[in-house]
Design a protein around this ligand. Sequence first.
Ligand code: C2E
Ligand code: MG
Ligand code: MG
Length: 449
Amino acid sequence: MQTTFGSGQPGRENTDLAFTDPLTGLGNHRRFFDKVDRLISDRADDPAPFTVGILDLDGFKPINDLFGHKAGDDILIQVAMRLRASMDGYSTVCRIGADEFAYLYPMVFSEEQAAEKSRMLIEILSAPYDVGERTARLSASVGCSLFYSGDETTEILINKAETALYHAKRSGRGRVVVYTREMEEAAKRVTRIEQALRRAVSAGEVEPHFQPIVDLNTRRTIGFETLARWSDRDLGMVPPSVFIPIAEERGIIGPLSQLVLRKATEAARSWPKDLFLSFNLSPSQLVDQNTGLHILAILDRTGFDPRRLEIEITETGLMTDPASAEKIVEDLRRVGIRVSLDDFGTGQSSLGRLREFHFDKLKIDRAFVSSILDDRPSEHIIRAILAMCEGLGMDVVAEGIEEEAQADRLVQFGCAGGQGYLFGKPADADATLGYLRDSYRGALRAKAI
Ligand code: C2E
Ligand code: MG
Ligand code: MG
C-alpha cells in the first residue's frame, strides 16, 4: 500500500485498489473513514446531522464452517449486493471487517429515521441466500450514531456506533440500537465507578458483611453468607448489584474477591467452630484456573479451615465453560470446601446440570419465597425443588425470608435451611461478633434454666 502512495504519481487504479474490498468490490474501511472525514468537513458550516451505521452479521462463522469458505464468500458477495442496491444516490456502504459493513446516510437526520432505515436493511438481509443447491438464512445486528456537532471526529462517531452495536448484540439477534446521550452518560458513570473501585480495592476499602443462615426448625444460626459492601467518598454507598457486574466486566473481580475473602475469613476465625462461612464466586472466576489457587492461598494464610467454607455459584457461572468450572470446583472440593448452587430457579435452569455436577447445597431464589403465601405455582415449585434435593442428597436454604408466615410454610414443606431479613440483615464483622455473643449468652442462659 505504501508504494502506491509513495510512487510520486499514484495511478488511479492503484489508489482505488487501496480503498476497495477485493471480495465484494465495496469500499473498505479506509474508504469509509475517508467519506466520513469529508462529510464532517462539509458539514462544518451546515447544522444538519447525519447518520453512521455499523452492521454485523449474526452467526456468520457457523455458516462459514457449515457450508465452507467458498460458500461463505458467496454469501458475503450477495450481502454486499443487497446492501449496495438498497443505498440511495447520497449514501455509501463499505465492508469494514470480515462480516462487518458500515454505511453512511448523509440525509438521515433523526434517531427514529436511522433506526427505521437500519431495520429495513436487516429485513433485506433476512431473505434466504442461494448456496449451490441449498439455501442459508442470516440475520444482522446494527449500531448507529448520529453526527450532531463539529466536535465529533470520524473516530468518535464510529466508536459510538460500535458501542451501540455492542448493546444490540448483547440484547439478542437482529436488533438495531442507536447511540444515545443516555448511553454516553451511563458509559461515563460505569467508567467513574470502575476507577473508584480499582482505587478502593487496592486501598483495601471493600468490606465483607455477614448475613445469618439458620436452621428453620430450631432457628439456630448455622452459618453466614459473605456479602461485599463498598462505600465511596464521592459516589456514596454503591450496591453489589451495580459494582460486582462492573468488576467482572472490567477485570477487577479477582483482586476484589480475594480482598473480601481474606477479610471475611479473618473475621470468621473468632466465631464458634461449628459455624460455616459462605462466599459468592462470579461467573468469570469460574473460567480462570487461578481462582482455586488464590482461594487456597488465602485460607492457608488466614488459617481458616477449608471444611468450614462454602462457595456459592450460579448456573450462569457454569454455562460459559463447564469444563473449566468443573475443574475449579473439583479442586476446591478436594480440600473439603462445599459447593452451593445459588439463586436456583431464576437463571437458565437446566436439570441436566444437576446430574452432571454434584452440589452439596441448593439455594432457592427469593423470587419463589416471596410469593409462597399467595401464589400456587411458587408453592408447587418450592415443593418440587425440596423433593428433588432430598432425592439428590442436597441440603437446601430458602433465600429472602421476610415474614414468619413464609418461614412456617417452608417448615411445613420440610425445608431445613433459611436466610432473610426475618433472621437478620447483612451486618459488618463487629456487629456480627456482637450478635454471636448475644445469642451464645442467650443459649447458655437457656441451658442454666
Ligand atoms: P446473592 O448471593 O443471592 O445474595 C443474596 C442477596 O439477597 C443479598 O443482596 C442480600 O442482602 C439479599 N437479601 C437477603 N435476604 C433478603 C430479604 O429477606 N429480602 C430482600 N429483599 N433481600 C434479601 P446484596 O448484598 O445486595 O447482593 C446482591 C448480589 O451481589 C448477591 O446475590 C451476589 O450475587 C452478589 N455479591 C455480593 N457480594 C459478592 C461478592 O463478594 N462476590 C461476588 N462474586 N458476588 C457478590
Ligand atoms: Mg449468594
Ligand atoms: Mg442468592
